[in-house]
Design a protein around this ligand. Sequence first.
Ligand code: FPP
Length: 237
Amino acid sequence: MPQHIAIIMDGNGRWAKRRFMPRVAGHKRGVDMVKEIIRACDARKIGFLTLFAFSSENWRRPKDEVSLLMELFCFVLEHEIDQLHTRNVRLRVVGDIGAFDEKLRLLIARAENLTRHNSGMTVSIAVNYGGRWDILQAMTRFMREHPERAGSEIGEADLAPYLSLHYAPEPDLFIRTGGEQRISNFMLWQLAYTELYFTGTLWPDFDAGALDEAIDSFRQRERRFGRTSEQISGGKS
Ligand code: FPP
């Protein structure tokens, strides 16, 4: 079983358009699927789930859609957090949240604080997040805290604790719904050895059965991490 699944939830707009509904109806249905997939991962004992909810580039969308998405985030944080807490889920939000208004920032802080000691699965929501931003903010904080290292060689292990998902293992499985086959600046550092799974299914249709198909595909793959097939099957190092 994968221990960490990362998902780009794409296709809400097209799902709504096909039904002659406003795009926000697709995002609302998207929230229902977020809940279903959290439950499904929990039931399958997947310890970490990371969801890309809003990229640094999404600010370029029409103003109305951006504000409706913000309202939706606020609503979810206000109304769903108690249920997640009851189910022992730890919620983390990663990304440059300084750009959000105060209400949203307070709701994020409240949700993270409430669930911080939970021992069940960890759900990370990436908002105003970009993989390059993450590497740069990690580098900036590292340099600020270790001025004595300026000019010396920096290793992966030096930077790792400063990345925004430092608390999670690297994802085993990356899923993108909605038909595009791109990583779109999501978790660039952490996806180095991750198995990639692309599906044409739109996010509002991505249910527990679709998740199982993705997991089945993952389980049929051989993860070699640079080794040969013979080394893996023979158990030699
Ligand atoms: C991509 O579909 C989806 C988004 C940019 C927003 C994702 C948000 C949600 C699923 C709801 C909120 C989630 C949480 C965790 C509170 P798109 O609009 O790009 O679809 P399209 O490609 O068909 O236009």
